[in-house]
Design a protein around this ligand. Structure first.
Ligand SMILES: [Zn+2]
Length: 142
């Protein structure tokens, strides 16, 4: 137990399953949300699936900063709240939402890359204190 707990990236897609070698280590908790970092120096994304339905994970990047909160519905990724990168129109440090959708062409759940939105008041109320608990410098707008 303890540091020997791993998360395995899973997918319904067979090709991705072959590559499902991303392992994650739980390095702590912030306000009850697990903070995961990739093991073995693998630069990666948080697991797309969780064995804990409806959970949330924080991602710690390779610079040791938390830059993402991933929220699951059931065992599937539902939304990512990111603040560690910029987009046209919003600088680094501004929290914004990327939504996961089922792509009928690829038959996979995929994250919207170029499509993002700022957090609604409802979302700030619901998730804001967790995000500020991970990084008090996160902003909700420009
Ligand atoms: Zn983004």
């Amino acid at each position: 137990m303890g540091s020997s707990r791993y998360w395995y990236r899973q997918s319904e897609n067979t090709e991705e399953q072959k590559e499902a070698k991303y392992r994650w280590t739980n390095v702590g908790e912030i306000m009850g949300i697990k903070v995961l970092v990739p093991k073995d120096g693998v630069k990666g994304k948080l697991p797309a699936f969780s064995n804990t339905p409806g959970t949330m994970y924080f991602k710690k990047n390779d610079k040791g900063k938390i830059d993402q909160l991933r929220i699951f519905i059931g065992r599937h990724s539902f939304i990512d709240i990111d603040w560690g990168h910029s987009h046209k129109g919003i600088p680094n440090g501004v929290a914004h939402v990327h939504t996961w959708r089922f792509n009928k062409l690829t038959q996979k759940m995929e994250r919207t890359k170029d499509e993002f939105k700022l957090l609604s008041k409802y979302m700030i109320k619901k998730y804001g204190e967790y995000i500020l608990g991970a990084n008090p410098n996160v902003k909700w707008g420009m």
